[in-house]
Design a protein around this ligand. Structure first.
Ligand code: FMN
Length: 147
């Protein structure tokens, strides 16, 4: 059984919906999972030895939503070699910086020595208007990679 903190960056609720479905799936598979809307660094630190699942959309021109910017800024100077994480990026390929928010978060964690579990999932709102139909199978597979 793994302990997973799910950290959400959203504007209109798509990423929140994906995060809540992920929590339900992970819990159903016997893991412990908690969703953090407007996540804070104190929440993040609790998962240093376990797993973080970052679920974030993109706004502006490849930017992170306001709800997750404070967390991103707070962890910016950390070194996190014990952290294992997954990332689900929501975006829209009609914009020029597709999934830029998720890609930026992933790049930061990579720089900090964290270990990504599985590939980043990129969900394109112009192809898949119901993001959970794409994320749910990904989460089920991701769950099998946790120890
Ligand atoms: C003002 C605005 C700017 C956006 N900018 C981007 C962008 O730069 N890159 C991208 O991939 N998607 C962009 N999107 C698309 C959103 O990330 C996408 O619709 C996502 O599903 C929204 O999820 P949310 O409801 O969790 O915020 C933008 C959407 C809006 C409304």
């Amino acid at each position: 059984m793994a302990d997973v903190g799910i950290f959400v960056g959203t504007m209109y609720g798509n990423a929140q919906l994906v995060a809540e479905e992920a929590q339900t799936l992970l819990t159903g598979l016997g893991h412990k999972a908690q969703v953090f809307e407007d996540p804070e660094v104190g929440d993040w630190e609790k998962y240093q030895g376990s797993y973080a699942l970052v679920v974030t959309s993109t706004t502006g021109q490849g930017d992170l939503p306001d709800s997750i910017v404070p967390l991103y800024e707070a962890i910016r100077d950390m070194y996190q070699p014990h952290l294992r994480y997954g990332i689900i990026a929501l975006g829209d390929s009609t914009y020029s910086h597709f999934c830029g928010g998720g890609k930026r978060f992933d790049a930061l964690l990579q720089e900090q020595g964290a270990q990504r579990i599985g590939e980043m999932l990129e969900i394109d709102a112009s192809e898949d208007p119901e993001p959970e139909t794409v994320s749910n199978p990904w989460v089920e597979h991701w769950a099998t990679l946790l120890s």
